[in-house]
Each structure stands twice: as structure tokens, then as C-alpha cells.
Design a protein around this ligand. Structure first.
Ligand code: ADP
Ligand code: MG
Length: 488
């Protein structure tokens, strides 16, 4: 995912003076297991409808759920990665009717969820508190056949149970976010954490990570929590930002008109750029939660948790810190970590290359598919070759692109192209020839002001690059130009 920034003050630009947003997010992520939460059916996206099913996920009478151990392991790892307390937890039935949920209840966790009281630190330094992260099963998918694709004007509906029973984690933040940008930054961070620990593939476009945004507004400086609306159907970061902005403005307008929002679920309409009222929010009692009598509680042992903790890889914020400590800027570190090219950068910096130079490559030339598969030692060697003047910067870019494409090492690629460091004296001779052929430009270069010099420097550099087919080192050419014009 792309760069995250700290954009605290944007809150003011979206709402009229004196108002602030209060946002809490509920993120559902599908866990990366082979099979479903309580049945052996495959957990797979995109199969023919109703092919990844089993009597348990179809809710057939007489079937009993069996907990998927791997799902519990991944959910506990998420809890640990989010600094949660991982505790003894109880499965609960959340009762409601929907055709894509054949049991008429969803197995979830209620007053005793697996993970509670965590936190996530974002690149901007903002700490977002996590209230809980509980396990549950996904529902199936209804497709309403009609003009709007919504149930009210559908002629009929189709149900696909492939997703029914897919293991989910629901991660709930405290109402700590104050702007759409912070919400976006949090979701990006969460995505990167889930992917780093291989607990979920995090693909928003396939619905394996879904965000519900709770939004309210209040007078700036107040600590009250006013009535919130919960926006569903938000399936991209762009929609998340737009939906929150729209909803917060809607609340302010209602208060300004002497009215108040009512607590409800709303849907984001991407095409219309607005939220629309859905059902008025079910209250707790409506779900008739009770402990599921078919399932025993899960009681994670300290030893098991220690093992999981030890198995966690470095998390994004630790990886960013590792780069920043080596001299990278935070924004470059954010980019490298989210593109998974930070290990390459560290290898190059640790073998003696200049951090700024390395990060420039990471930012500008490693933004291609497959870059993360480069061998760190090869990348480090390439930067060394450039630093030692064995390759010009143009050649370095070319070699790097080919390394990504072929996986070959930089020395053999450079040799295959006949890239050799151009001798400075050889360059000087060429430059003398170019100066002689362009005497008038040269005089203007020597005597001109900064602007004229800048333009003509481009002209002379271009000439020599053409002559050397890009093999000249731009920096050396620049130095020669300065020397010869008597400027250095
Ligand atoms: P529910 O059980 O109805 O979903 P929760 O108390 O679990 O309600 O809260 C759900 C989400 O709503 C949480 O992310 C929480 O931070 C957020 N939230 C609670 N109150 C507010 C509020 N006044 N404004 C914005 N978000 C809120
Ligand atoms: Mg909730």
C-alpha cells in the first residue's frame, strides 16, 4: 500500500471551524487458513458458487462445528502483534436472520473475546487503541438480481455459500481517530501487519479485508461521544476517506439545522458519493447473544503464547525504525516497508553504501513488481558499483531493471552490456571535442547567469550522453564542466 502521512490538521479543512470528527473502525479480515473456521471445506476465494461447502457451513441439522486450530493460532498471533492481552475466550451465538447465513446465527465471540486492550503505533507516531479483536465466521454472499442490485427492488436473489464459515477476525479500535487520513493510515498499517505475519492476505479488492467506519462529530475540544453512524460497504481506502468526510459533514449539517443524527447503519454509495440509511442499528439485546453450547472455551496456555510470540517476524514499525536508525527518512522508510524492499535497503546500507543513495534507488527504481525478490547481496553490490564509479547512474538504473527481470547478478549483467567505467580522461577528450564544435554555447555557458548555465549544462550533458550512449557518469561530466568553465 502507498505512503502514509501524518495529516492531523486536515480535519480542520474538511469540517467547519469548531467541529471535530470522532472515528472508530471495525476491520474484518479473513484468516489465511486452508479450511474454514468450523468445517473441512476449503477457504478459497473465487470458486464456482457453492462448491467450497460442507454440511457444517450449510447449517444442516445434526452437524457440529469443530474449531480450526490454525485459525485460532493466526488470530492469537494478530492479538500479539497488536499488543493485546490474549485471554481465555468463549464462543457465542449472535442470532439474526439472513438467507446467506443458514444457521440463523453466526458463531462469534461476545463478552469474552480472544484479544483485548491492544494498540498500534502508526508511522506518524499516532497510537490507536484496540478494544478487542475477536474470532468469528463469515457469512455467505447474496446477489440481488434487479436494477439497483439491492434487495428492495430485486426480482430474486442468489446465494453463494463458499464464503460461509470462512474464519474471520474482527479488529475494533477505540474511537481514537480524528480524520479520514488517520483512518486510512491505520488501515494501511493494519494491512501491513496482517500481511507481514501471514495471518491474512489483506486483499481489500477481494473482500478479505473489509472496513466499517463509525463516525460522529463533536465540538472541538469536547470529550463527549455523540451519536454515531456505522458505514458499511467501504471496500477501498479511497472510499473510506470519502465516506468518512461525507458522513461527518452530514452530521454537522444536521446539528446546525437544530436536528441530530440517529444511530444507524449506513451504506456507502460510491457512484453517488454519499451514504444512505440502512437498518437502524440493532442493539445488543436484539442479537440474543449466548454461549455456544456446541463449543468449549479456548484457554491459551502461556507456553503456547510464548511460542507464537517467538515466531512473529519483525513488524512494520520495527522495520521502519531499523531504516530510520540507518539514516533513511521516515517517508522513505514507510514506502520501503510497504513495498517489502526494506531488507534490500538494509543490506546495501550495512555493506557500506550511503543511506540517501540507497533510499533513492528504493524509492525511484524499485517501485516495480518483483523488486522484493532481489537478493539483498546483489542489490548491495550494485549500489557499491555505482558508488565506486564502476557504473554511471543511467547504467545502474538499467542494470537494476534487468536484475529485477532476470534475477541475474549485477556484475554479469554489466559485463554482458560491456558497461565499464569510463575513464575521466577519455570523457575529458570527448568533452573538448564537443566544446570545440559548440563554441558559441560554451561561451554563453562560461559567462551566463545561473539560469542560462543551467540550461546549457543540460545541453552539454545531453551531448556527451549521446556520444557515450549513456555510459558517462553524470556527476563526473558535471564536475568536468564546472572545472573547464573556470567555476571550480
Ligand atoms: P457495537 O457493539 O454497537 O458495534 P462498540 O461499542 O463495539 O459498538 O463500538 C463499535 C465501534 O464504534 C468501535 O470502533 C468504537 O470505537 C466506535 N465508536 C463508539 N462510539 C463512537 C462515537 N461516539 N463516535 C465514533 N465512533 C464510536
Ligand atoms: Mg461491533
Amino acid at each position: 500500500m502507498s505512503t502514509a502521512t501524518n495529516t492531523d490538521d486536515k480535519t480542520q479543512s474538511v469540517l467547519p471551524d469548531g467541529w471535530e470528527m470522532v472515528i472508530g473502525l471495525e476491520v474484518h479480515a479473513e484468516l489465511a487458513t486452508e479450511s474454514k473456521m468450523f468445517s473441512p471445506a476449503a477457504n478459497q476465494f473465487g470458486g464456482e458458487p457453492n462448491t467450497n461447502v460442507h454440511p457444517v457451513c450449510l447449517g444442516l441439522p445434526g452437524t457440529l462445528p469443530v474449531v480450526n486450530e490454525k485459525a485460532v493460532e493466526l488470530a492469537a498471533k494478530i492479538g500479539l502483534a497488536l499488543n493485546c492481552t490474549v485471554q481465555r475466550c468463549i464462543w457465542a451465538r449472535k442470532n439474526y436472520f439472513y438467507p446467506d447465513m443458514p444457521k440463523d446465527y453466526q458463531i462469534s465471540q461476545h463478552d469474552k473475546p480472544l484479544n483485548i486492550d491492544g494498540s498500534v503505533e502508526l508511522a506518524s507516531g499516532l497510537v490507536v487503541n484496540i478494544e478487542r479483536a475477536h474470532m468469528e465466521e463469515d457469512t455467505g454472499k447474496s446477489t440481488h438480481i434487479g436494477e439497483s442490485g439491492r434487495i428492495h427492488d430485486a426480482g430474486y436473489s442468489l446465494v453463494d455459500y463458499n464464503r460461509a464459515g470462512v474464519p474471520l477476525i474482527e479488529i475494533v479500535t477505540a474511537p481514537d481517530l480524528r480524520s479520514p487520513e488517520q483512518a486510512k493510515e491505520y488501515v494501511q498499517e493494519l494491512h501491513d501487519i496482517l500481511v507481514a505475519i501471514e495471518a491474512s492476505d489483506g486483499k481489500m479488492e477481494e473482500g478479505s479485508m473489509r472496513v466499517d467506519a463509525n463516525v460522529s462529530v463533536r465540538p472541538e475540544g469536547s470529550s463527549e461521544l455523540r451519536t454515531r453512524c456505522e458505514i458499511k460497504n467501504v471496500n477501498s481506502l479511497r472510499s473510506l476517506v470519502r465516506a468518512i468526510e461525507y458522513e461527518a459533514k452530514r452530521h454537522v449539517a444536521l446539528y446546525d439545522a437544530g436536528e441530530a443524527p440517529r444511530q444507524e447503519t449506513r451504506h456507502w454509495d460510491e457512484a453517488g458519493g454519499r451514504t444512505r440509511a440502512g437498518r437502524s442499528k440493532e442493539n445488543e439485546d436484539g442479537y440474543r447473544y449466548f454461549p455456544d453450547p456446541d463449543l468449549v472455551p479456548i484457554d491459551p496456555s502461556p507456553e503456547w503464547l510464548d511460542g507464537l510470540r517467538a515466531s512473529l517476524p519483525e513488524l512494520p514499525h520495527q522495520r521502519r525504525t531499523a531504516l530510520v536508525e540507518r539514516g533513511a527518512s521516515m517517508s522513505a522508510a514507510v514506502l520501503a516497508v510497504s513495498r517489502n524492499t526494506d531488507k534490500l535497503a538494509i543490506a546495501a546500507i550495512d555493506s557500506g553504501s550511503d543511506a540517501t543513495k540507497v533510499m533513492k534507488h528504493v524509492e525511484q527504481n524499485l517501485a516495480v513488481e518483483g523488486a522484493e525478490t532481489l537478493q539483498p547481496a546483489d542489490f548491495a553490490e550494485l549500489i557499491r558499483m555505482e558508488t565506486d564509479g564502476e557504473l554511471s547512474s543511467t547504467q545502474t538504473k538499467q542494470v537494476l531493471a534487468e536484475m529485477v527481470e532476470t534475477g541475474n547478478d549485477p556484475a554479469s549483467i554489466a559485463a554482458a552490456h560491456g558497461f565499464e567505467a569510463m575513464d575521466t580522461s577519455e570523457l575529458e577528450t570527448m568533452l573538448d571535442g564537443i566544446i570545440a564544435d559548440n563554441a558559441e554555447e560554451w561561451q554563453r555557458f562560461c559567462e551566463g547567469d545561473d539560469k542560462a548555465r543551467g540550461k546549457l549544462q543540460g545541453f552539454f550533458t545531453g551531448q556527451i550522453m549521446r556520444l557515450t550512449k549513456g555510459q558517462a557518469d553524470g556527476k563526473v561530466v558535471n564536475q568536468l564542466l564546472q572545472q573547464k568553465s573556470g567555476n571550480q
